[in-house]
Design a protein around this ligand. Structure first.
Ligand SMILES: [Zn+2]
Length: 349
């Protein structure tokens, strides 16, 4: 595109360097018919605009117009050059134009925020899923020991369950805890729940903690086992570590890149007990539980029934949901899970 010959030609002051000597020539620039004319004391040359390279504006720095033979022009009068270029139809690169349009700045910022949100929403869980299997067993043990210490100091008390009942439940769980013929490594501990009430937790190393209150609420061994198989699902799929990793991009990076889990350890105990697994993790753990239950000829309804009892015991109102310790705060979406466990999806049993 070019100006028509009748357009007034704006003269722009510039310095011309011939590319051979350091001497600056004072010149004026003009454009006619798509050709740049450089006129000065001892310089006179004309070049088609298409053969020239024009630098992007960078703050107050002079813009450079480069010739193919090594000569170049320096232009400090940005406004005059912009007017001259605009008249010729020259367009700065898209990103430069955007940077000066407020609306585009808003759009670009929104795009940036959207990217950050997408990374938080999908990128971190994905990265955590990839990284969790790489966390070494020794780290899982440390994480679990710390969490148990914290639980015992802050929340739980020694169990009052008779030793015989404990032993019966341990044996029953061992007989259930295998997948595809392989036993699932686990340890079952009993505690009096205190303010935790009827509850069960899984630690990353396979330690399961069940409260006396939950055993009492269940009334029989089978529903307790249903809950524990669900907790085994969290262990088996490394949900605890995944939750910790995706909760902290820093921890994720340190664990993945440096094999350093110290930043993971700091917030681990409280997070493992209180933070709550994602809806997808709960589904995975439920599916795992149903698989184990069915292998023993038991139904998904056993877990659904126990979830109903737990929800009732902890209250289903908003108040209990906002409380830090309830079953519902560490197991959100309970109603949805009960419906799913009772749905046709699991009706085959
Ligand atoms: Zn769960």
């Amino acid at each position: 595109m070019s100006t028509s010959p009748s357009d007034p030609v704006t003269a722009v002051a510039a310095l011309y360097f011939d590319g051979r000597s350091a001497r600056a020539h004072i010149v004026t620039l003009g454009v006619t018919d798509g050709v740049l004319h450089v006129e000065g004391d001892d310089v006179s040359r004309s070049e088609p605009l298409g053969a020239l390279r024009v630098s992007e504006p960078m703050g107050d720095a002079a813009r450079l117009i480069s010739f193919a033979d090594g000569a170049h022009l320096e232009v400090r009068d940005h406004a005059a050059l912009a007017a001259l270029l605009a008249a010729t139809g020259h367009r700065d690169a898209a990103v430069v134009r955007w940077a000066f349009e407020p609306r585009m700045v808003v759009i670009m910022l929104s795009a940036l925020l959207l990217s950050v949100w997408l990374i938080m929403q999908y990128g971190l869980p994905w990265a955590a899923r990839i990284t969790a299997p790489l966390v070494p067993d020794s780290a899982m043990t440390v994480l679990s020991e710390r969490t148990l210490e914290w639980l015992d100091q802050a929340l739980t008390r020694p169990t009052a369950l008779p030793a015989a009942r404990q032993q019966a439940l341990r044996e029953a769980l061992s007989s259930v805890a295998s997948i595809d013929g392989q036993p699932i490594v686990h340890t079952l501990l009993f505690r009096s729940g205190g303010q935790l009430g009827a509850n069960a937790f899984a630690l990353p190393d396979g330690t399961l903690i069940v409260t006396d209150e939950l055993v009492a609420l269940a009334g029989a061994d089978a529903p307790v086992l249903a809950v524990l198989t669900h907790e085994l699902g969290h262990v088996q799929q490394r949900h605890g570590v995944r939750m910790l990793l995706q909760g902290s991009a820093t921890a994720l990076f340190m664990a993945w890149y440096l094999g350093d889990i110290s930043s993971l350890l700091a917030g681990a105990p409280a997070a493992l007990v209180q933070a709550g697994y994602s809806r997808d993790m709960e589904r995975e753990a439920d599916d795992f539980a149903v698989k184990l239950l069915r292998a023993r000829g038991q139904s998904a309804g056993l877990l659904a029934g126990m979830l109903e009892k737990l929800a009732a015991a902890h209250g289903e109102g908003a108040a209990s949901r906002s409380g830090p310790m309830g079953w519902l705060s560490s197991h959100p979406d309970t109603a949805e899970r009960i419906t799913r466990l009772r749905s046709t999806e699991f009706a085959a049993d």
